[in-house]
Design a protein around this ligand. Structure first.
Ligand code: TLP
Length: 346
């Protein structure tokens, strides 16, 4: 029996066509700018995102950090959501390595930050304050049910930033999930941000890599920041080759993952002792809670493991399941069945 691994879309393995492309990739030294496959991926990514240039980096974490270091100097401040991945799960990179001050404001359940909260957080010209430089958005918003931020919201946050002379960075780790869920071209979500980073290695199934996009001038500086972080890779084409296939072949199928996530959410809603609002599930991330007084999420995870289903426990009562390439409708039904059995026995 195959394990149904719903811990994350990061567990996806490269597709056969990616493996073939990796094998056949034309290679060179990318630190000299001579890896043709990396150059091709970067051009393709920039074009897809409607930006002048792009840069391949090792991970989403590195992408966000490279961008933050490029936008801000030591002692400057970034406004970001209190449930953002950058604030919660990137080891405090901006302060550890950049001396950059994170200023968190509340994320709303739909992943946005209220514009009035952002405006209220922007520092005035006063010697006591760090200087605000950057606003970070996240789309889809991982901790906020994988919700998709609309282009209208992003554009209004960007207009506010512009009014105050600030830049906007978008953590677009799952930006294609947002575009597919909203039924729009991804460019509509990126048009007014100054930089963005998106992941090849999540729902798009490539084994490694993220891409940072922005103006040519920004990317030239970002290249230096990547080098500082030890991220200048040599025959990076072995990574880029899979990334090209990810962009060519894996974007449209994300709709399947969204359908499976909705099916899972509805299944969970039918199980006594599990709490979920299925309407919140717009993309491939499903959060749900255990009713009070029931087993702990860790115990639930252990029991499910015995039935070859893997989920992530992410809080006192909260769990997460993420759908992805390789997970079928049948797997979802088996997961709902396993959850029902475990809850019945609890
Ligand atoms: N998210 C991972 C874990 O770190 C939680 C996951 O399984 O969801 N931005 C967002 C919105 C992310 O969800 C992630 C990874 C990243 C950035 C970082 O990407 P990597 O793991 O490539 O450094």
């Amino acid at each position: 029996m195959m394990t149904i691994d719903l811990r994350s879309d990061t567990v996806t393995l490269p597709t056969p066509s990616m493996r073939e492309a990796i094998y056949r990739a034309e290679l060179g030294d990318d630190v000299f700018g001579e890896d043709p496959t990396t150059n091709q991926l970067e051009e393709m990514a920039a074009e897809r995102m409607g930006k002048e240039a792009a840069l391949l980096v090792a991970s989403g974490t590195m992408g966000n950090l490279v961008c933050t270091l490029t936008h801000c100097r030591r002692g400057e401040e970034v406004i970001l959501g209190d449930r953002s991945h950058t604030f919660l799960y990137e080891a405090g990179g901006m302060s550890t390595l950049g001396g950059i001050h994170p200023h968190t404001i509340s994320n709303q359940p739909d992943g946005t930050m209220r514009l009035e909260d952002i405006e209220g957080a922007i520092r005035g010209d006063n010697v006591h304050f760090p200087q605000t430089r950057l606003i970070c958005l996240e789309n889809t918003h991982n901790r906020c049910s994988g919700s998709a931020l609309t282009s209208e919201y992003i554009d209004s946050a960007a207009a506010l930033a512009k009014e105050h002379g600030l830049s906007v960075h978008l953590d677009g780790a799952r930006i294609f999930n947002a575009a597919v869920a909203l039924g729009i071209d991804v460019k509509e979500l990126t048009a007014n941000v100054d930089s963005l980073s998106f992941c090849l290695s999540k729902g798009l199934s490539a084994p490694v890599g993220s891409v940072v996009c922005g103006s040519s001038e920004f990317i030239a500086e970002a290249r230096r920041a990547r080098k500082v972080l030890g991220g200048g890779m040599r025959q990076a084409g072995v990574i880029a080759a899979a990334g090209i296939k990810a962009l060519e072949e894996m974007v449209d199928r994300l709709a399947e993952d969204h359908e499976n996530a909705r099916r899972l959410a509805e299944g969970i809603a039918s199980i006594t002792g599990l709490l979920i609002e299925p309407a919140r599930v717009q993309t491939n991330i499903v959060y749900f809670e255990l009713d009070e007084g029931r087993m702990t999420p860790k115990a639930l995870v252990t029991e499910l493991n015995k039935k070859e289903v893997k989920l992530l426990s992410v809080g006192v009562r909260r769990l997460r399941a993420v759908t992805h390439y390789g997970i079928s409708t049948e797997d979802i039904d088996l997961t709902v069945k396993a959850l029902g059995e475990v809850m019945k026995a609890a």
